[in-house]
Write a protein that binds this ligand. Sequence first.
Ligand code: SF4
Length: 384
Amino acid sequence: MAFNIVTKNNVRDRFKSAPRPEIWKDATDKDWNNWIWQQQKRIKSMDVLEKVLNVTEEERNAFAQSHEQFNMGITPYYASLMDPNDPNCPIRLQSVPKAGELNITVNDLEDPLGEEKDMPVPGITHRYPDRVLFYTTHNCPVYCRHCTRKRKVSDPSSSAANKQLEEGLAYIESHKEIRDVIISGGDPLSNSDDRLEYILSRLRAMDHIQVFRIGTRNLVTLPQRITDEFAQMLTKYHPVFVHTHFNHPKECTQEAFDAVARLANAGCVVNNQMVLLKGVNDDPKIVMELNHKLLMMRVRPYYIFQCDMSQGISHFRTPVEKGLEIIEALRGWTSGMAVPHYVVDAPGGGGKIPLLPSKYLISHEGKTWKLRNYKNQEYDYIEP
Ligand code: SF4
C-alpha cells in the first residue's frame, strides 16, 4: 500500500511577530533583525520609553528612584511585545520599573541563594560536588525587574574581566570532580561569539567536563542573537544544553520560534526555567498555554521556580500554594512533558527543593499504597 506523505508543517505559522512601535517604523528589516542594532537601540531612559508607551506616573517615579541601583534596559524587540496602554501588561511588568521595587522587606536578602559564600575564586560558585556556576559577564539585553542577581547584574564593577575568566577556567581545570558547567552571568550571550567560543573550547578540552549548559534569556529578549553562525559554532562542542527563561505566552513569537529552531537544528537541547511571578503568570491557564507553546517550539518546560527572596522583588512573590495549584492543574490534565518541576531554591544556598501537591499519596501501610489521581479517584497499589 502506498502512502501519500503530507509535507505541510504549519506549526511555525501559529507563532506571530508583534507589530513594530512607531518610533522604529523606519528601521530596515536588516537592522531590526540584527542583534547588534537591537543592543545599540536599547531603551535606557524615560525619554525614549515615553515614545513607545503611555508611561504612568508610578513607572516614571520608580525609574527615577531605581535606575542608579539597577539599570533599565529593554531591546526594541522586547518593547514591541508590550501593550503601550496597559501598565499591567506582563512584558511591561518584567522590564519597566514599578513602585514595588523600592520596597525592601525584612525578609529580603541581597544574595538570596548564597552564591557569594560558595565562591572559591571570583566568578565561580561551587556548591554541589559535580557542577559549578561560571559567571562570564554582568550584562543582559533586558534587565528583568525580578532578577535574582540584582546585586551584581548591570553593575560594571562586577564585570568578568579576562583575568577573572582565566582564574575561573583554571579552577575548573584543577577540580576533576566537576563534570557539568553552567555558563551564566548576566547573560552569557552578551559575550562576543569569539569570547564564548574561547570559553567553550577551553572547557571541552578538559577531559573531566562532560556537559555544559548556557543559561540565557536572549531567546526571549533578543532572539536575533541566535545567528546561524553562532548555532553552527556550538555544534563543535556538543553536548550543549541551553537553559532559557520564558515566563509568558506573549514571549513565544515567530522570532523566538526561529531562534530556538536554529539551536535545536544545531543539536542543542533547550529547557525552560519559568519564574512564578504575581501578575505575570500566576494563573494555571497562562502556564498551560505557555508550556504548550514551548513544546511546539521544541523547548522542554523544565522548572517553575518560586520567586526568590531577592531585594526589591517582593511585589512579584506569590504564596507557595499558587505554585502547587498550578502543578495540580497541569498534572494529568495535559501531557507529562508540559509539567515542569516546581521548586523553591532554598534561601541562603540550600539548593532546589521540589514541591508537589499533597493529594496524590493518601496513605501507605505495609505493602499497600493508597493513591489519588488527578481526577480525585482513589486506587490501591499493592507491592508483591
Ligand atoms: S536575563 Fe537573567 S541575569 Fe539578566 S536580568 Fe534577566 S534574570 Fe537577571
